[in-house]
Design a protein around this ligand. Structure first.
Ligand code: PLP
Length: 454
């Protein structure tokens, strides 16, 4: 046995016996040990047996520039050399943090973003945004505004605040009771909704009527903020109708409710717009950022703070305006250096154009597959954020079973693409630097898997 192999066996064994893997039952690990991913190159990953696959999920929707971007690696190495860490708590800052906040302000000028609060990742960003929203209302003398509204099927990370606004019971049940005062409303999902409508305009009307009904029921002056993803990710890639976000914003404005755009997945080009809310033509009050900010090369997140919120904090001179919130790694200089390199590369490679072009290409290819395979119930997406919903009966949309989905995922992997399966939905979110022939490899692998399964 080679030294590498014995090391790998040891790590696999450790994973099964010593690690609580996120989003996994510890006992499932015995039956299906985790795959050891050993190496990444471009849009490909290699497992410990050397099997090469296109990573059709780009890690967890985050490795938007692929696995071998030298500019990012060099920026990290050089920052480690210069200053590996210093705190950004009151009284100190660092050069990369200053540079990053100015660069991000330029990126987010169209959203009228004025400042940033840096975090260690997406869940931190959501937690921070919720806290700032509550504090904003206290500063406004409206301390009754403590509630949050969000969408059913929305995903906002795993801190107690984020889990409380999450719209999927899977992420809630084992941890309840969560934060009181969080209420969930209908998501505009044309394939499955309680209204039984697929017409986009009508769906927006009905969802916003339900939202307004909830606002009035709760009392508009008790609601701090509404949080949503511009395109829902973990909920199954749900793309709202084009008029939903502009009309949502107008409705929230009528009641003075803050809008938090959770752009943890949609930020930096994934949907074919630089930001999801920009694609919908809406300026939110707060934006949660993470993932593609550092493309997986270093953990970092941020909350982008809009003019209305910034103004309230600046106008306050009491202790109430102190931001009594922060992380040891807020503004981490290595994370900021990684983010600066990512932003430079993201702009230089014009990934937003690739996301739009290759996203349209893949969506058309998957729709073509739906003509061939009866078990494809629905294909949807925007940019390089797509989903294939798998059913056992197309007419009544019965979700495909666990065994069928596991077989599909395994066959796709063997045929050369690594896809994520969430319930009965295949999620596709490859790197935004993907080339046409690599897209074709994903399509071919899925085609082979569906053909083998039918
Ligand atoms: N918000 C959204 C929309 C997400 O998709 C995620 C993670 O997938 C999060 C928040 C949480 O981010 P993290 O896993 O970095 O804490």
């Amino acid at each position: 046995m080679s030294e590498t192999l014995s090391r790998t066996n040891l790590s696999r064994e450790h994973s099964v016996k010593r690690v609580f893997h996120p989003m996994a039952h510890p006992n499932d690990m015995d039956a299906m040990p985790p795959r050891v991913i050993s190496r990444g190159e471009g849009v490909y990953v290699f497992d410990d047996a050397g099997h090469k696959t296109v990573d059709a999920g780009a890690g967890l929707w985050n490795v938007n520039l692929g696995y071998s971007n030298h500019a990012i690696k060099e920026a990290i190495a050089s920052q480690l050399e210069e200053l590996p860490y210093y705190s950004a708590f009151k009284g100190s800052t660092n050069e990369r943090l200053i540079e990053l906040s100015h660069t991000l302000a330029e990126w987010l000028e169209p959203e009228n973003i004025k400042r940033f609060f840096f975090t260690s990742g997406g869940s931190d960003s959501v937690e921070t945004a919720l806290r700032l929203a509550r504090q904003f209302w206290k500063l406004q003398g409206q301390g009754d505004r403590i509630k949050f509204l969000s969408l059913k099927r929305g995903y906002h990370g795993t801190h107690f605040g984020g889990a409380s606004v999450n719209g999927n019971s899977t992420f809630r049940r084992s941890y309840e009771p969560l934060l009181p005062g969080c209420f969930h409303v209908a998501v505009p999902f044309d394939y499955r909704n309680v209204f039984g409508v697929s017409d986009a305009e009508r769906l927006t009307d009905l969802c916003l009527a339900a939202l307004e009904d909830e606002i009035q029921f709760q009392g508009g002056d008790t609601i701090a903020a509404f949080i949503a993803e511009p395109v829902l990710g973990a909920g199954g890639v749900i793309v709202p109708p084009p008029n939903y976000w502009p009309r949502l914003k107008a409705l929230l404005d009528r009641y003075g409710i803050l809008l938090i755009a959770d752009e943890v997945i949609t930020g930096f080009g994934r949907t074919g717009s630089w930001f999801g809310c920009r694609g919908w033509g809406v300026q939110p009050d707060l934006m949660c950022l993470a993932k593609a900010l550092t493309c997986g090369y270093f953990p970092l997140g941020a909350v982008a703070i809009g003019e209305r919120v910034e103004r309230a904090f600046k106008a306050d001179n009491s202790a109430m305006g102190t931001i009594s919130h922060g992380y040891t790694y807020s503004g981490h200089p290595v994370g900021c250096a990684a983010a600066l390199a990512c932003l430079r590369e993201t702009a230089a490679l014009d990934v937003v154009t690739t996301a739009r072009r290759e996203g349209d290409y893949l969506l058309a290819a998957f729709r073509g597959m739906a003509d061939r395979f009866e078990t494809i119930g629905n294909v949807r997406g925007k940019g390089l954020m797509m989903a294939i919903e798998v059913v056992s009966d197309r007419a009544v949309k019965t979700p495909a079973g666990k065994t069928y989905m596991a077989a599909l995922a395994k066959a796709t992997y063997e045929a050369g693409a690594l896809v994520r399966v969430l319930g009965h939905t295949i999620i596709l979110s490859p790197a935004l630097v993907i080339k046409r022939h690599e897209c074709d490899e994903i399509v071919a692998a899925l085609q082979a898997a569906f053909a083998a399964a039918s």
